[in-house]
Design a protein around this ligand. Structure first.
Ligand code: ZN
Length: 278
């Protein structure tokens, strides 16, 4: 019980930090300095007004200084991260995989919301993600070799090998399909005699390719591929809504990739088994 509460609180605090990342990283403002400030009046926010969830509720969603409305998203990101951490703890307990997954899910939250705002993400976030995935695999490899001994194992079972394979295969597959998609879009635009769809000329952004490389480094190539093919299904319902009601074809894709990562992390093997048993 205490573990559940602590993981939820950890999630809220990390969520609060992720809000800072989402706001500052695209603007290239340092993450540590200055201390939290109101985007409207620039007044620095006191620690007691910076408590996840509670401060938002107590202040009624407004800045204490200028009374400007604070975006509900701050509250949402904190709650979302808290619930995700709680669920991850529930499934995995306190383990190395728990920490690996909360790092991966935190990265998903950050890139999703930046993508919603800018329809692009700073490339180095995924490079940082790829490196983190490889570091986790390195530690897992040490533990694996320690438990297995050096004799009588196949190379392909070593976590670090799986990670590198995942990285290269996922980048390879998604980049290949991006080029295919771009090609068909190019033909379609040529037939319609258009320059672009609402300013967009790419079927899949490079940010999505980097992101899938990161997922491959964390989860290996099988689950990485599954994320790639699951995300469009997750996006389908929202995509139809956007096309019918908003008369637009553009959607930020990373949130759907992020949701797919979460599903695949916990139920990926089951989905693959189910698919092959059909
Ligand atoms: Zn203010």
């Amino acid at each position: 019980m205490i573990g559940l509460i602590l993981s939820f609180i950890l999630g809220l605090c990390i969520g609060s930090f992720l809000n800072v990342c989402i706001y500052r990283l695209p603007k290239e403002i340092s993450l540590v300095k200055p201390f939290s400030f109101c985007p409207n009046c620039k007044a620095s926010i006191k620690w007691y007004d910076n408590i996840p969830l509670l401060s938002y509720l107590i202040l009624g969603g407004r800045c204490r200084n200028c009374k400007e409305k604070i975006s509900f998203r701050y509250f949402l990101v904190e709650l979302l991260t808290g619930v995700v951490f709680l669920f991850t703890y529930l499934k995995l307990g306190l383990s190395l995989v728990f920490f690996k997954y909360i790092v991966l899910f935190s990265l998903c939250v950050v890139v999703s919301f930046i993508d919603i705002d800018y329809r692009a993400i700073p490339g180095w976030i995924c490079i940082f993600g790829i490196l983190s995935g490889l570091v986790f695999s390195l530690v897992e490899s040490f533990l694996f070799l320690k438990s297995q001994g050096l004799i009588g194992f196949s190379l392909s079972r070593i976590p670090l090998v799986k990670s590198f394979l995942g990285l290269f295969l996922c980048i390879g597959l998604s980049y290949f399909l991006k080029l295919m998609g771009d090609f068909f879009l190019w033909i379609w635009l040529a037939l319609k005699k258009k320059e672009s769809i609402e300013g967009e000329r790419e079927a899949l952004g490079l940010g999505d390719v980097d992101f899938l490389g990161m997922v491959g480094a964390f989860l290996g190539w099988k689950l990485g591929f599954l994320v790639f093919f699951l995300a469009p299904i997750v996006a389908l319902v929202y995509g139809i809504y956007i096309i019918v009601f908003r008369k637009s074809h553009l959607i930020a894709y990373l949130p759907f990739l992020g949701i797919a990562v979460f599903i695949v992390s916990f139920w990926g093997e089951e989905i693959i088994n189910l698919f092959f048993s059909l």
